[in-house]
Design a protein around this ligand. Structure first.
Ligand code: NDP
Ligand code: 8X3
Length: 253
């Protein structure tokens, strides 16, 4: 029987690339996101191209009730989750602290922090019952170093880093690996979401750079997941070659 990976935020970017990578290696997939049409399209493509089974689950990770109930009510065949990739998340706005929008702050904290907690708490009983599992949390370089106007997005990713470390310690006794992945700039829909559909601003974020691709991060996640049972990568910080930390870039003119 194929191993099962649950990927949150699989309708775009890094999550979608992880779905393709794991499907190509014959994992069965539970894919989640809020856009049902994209989940359906991805399901058909992956089932057709790789002959694996895909279960789409449409819910907003900010909604504790629907998140918990979608996962708790998984058919028995899908409860044997080997790998959880907590990837769903976003930045909203890039504004100085005094100008930033409180609604944006709440959405980031609810999605990036609370959502990750709701999903993890719902999936964990299945892993505990089997005495094994691997949780990958998508952090960011923004969770390692605060940058100007990054304020609450950075705070949400610092929280992901702390939660990742805490999970690893508390779940040590349960044979569950926990890995934090902390990417720098990856060209996905991330900037378009952050800048609320302003295409020129979103695109400018990558001007003069050869940024990471979603596939680069998927390859890294796949590597971490496919190591021997006794090996756990605790965390990886990954940037493109033209980036160091959160604010040093060597951009081409
Ligand atoms: P994308 O915008 O391309 O993808 C984000 C994914 O998250 C989508 O599938 C989206 O699905 C899902 N998502 C967002 N909010 C929710 C929600 N409330 N409920 C359910 N799903 C949600 O961005 P990336 O692929 O770049 O981002 C993925 C992760 O990587 C995020 O956690 C981000 O913070 C992190 N990251 C990104 C970096 C980058 O430069 N791109 C760098 C470092 C970290 P839908 O809209 O269908 O709900
Ligand atoms: C996304 C990377 O530097 O835009 O987490 O915050 S950054």
């Amino acid at each position: 029987m194929n191993k099962i990976v649950l990927i949150t935020g699989a309708t775009a970017g890094i999550g979608e690339a992880c779905a393709v990578k794991f499907a190509s290696a014959q994992f069965d997939l539970i894919i989640t996101g809020r856009r049902q049409d994209r989940l359906n399209t991805l399901q058909s493509e992956l089932e057709k191209n790789y002959g694996i089974a895909v279960l789409p689950l449409c819910f907003d990770v900010q909604d504790r009730q629907s998140t918990t109930s979608a996962i708790e009510n998984l058919p028995e065949r899908w409860q044997k989750i080997d790998v959880l990739i907590n990837n769903a998340g976003l930045a909203l706005g890039k504004d100085s602290f005094e100008d930033a929008d409180m609604n944006d702050w709440e959405t980031m904290l609810n999605s990036n922090v609370h959502g990750l907690l709701y999903v993890s708490k719902a999936v964990l009983p299945f892993m505990l019952a089997r005495g094994k599992g691997h949780i990958i949390n998508m952090g960011s370089v923004a969770g390692k170093e605060v940058y100007e106007k990054g304020n609450v997005y950075c705070a949400s990713k610092f929280a992901v880093d702390a939660i990742t470390k805490a999970m690893r310690i508390d779940l040590l006794k349960n044979n569950i690996k926990v890995t934090g992945i902390h990417p720098g700039a990856v060209e996905t829909e991330f900037s378009l979401v952050r800048f609320k559909g302003e295409e020129a601003t979103a695109k400018a974020a990558y001007d003069g750079l050869t940024p990471l691709t979603a596939a680069d991060i998927a390859d890294t996640v796949f590597y971490c997941v496919n190591l021997p049972d006794h090996v756990c990568i605790n965390e990886l910080v990954i940037t493109c070659t033209q980036q160091a930390g959160t604010y040093y870039f060597h951009k081409k003119q």
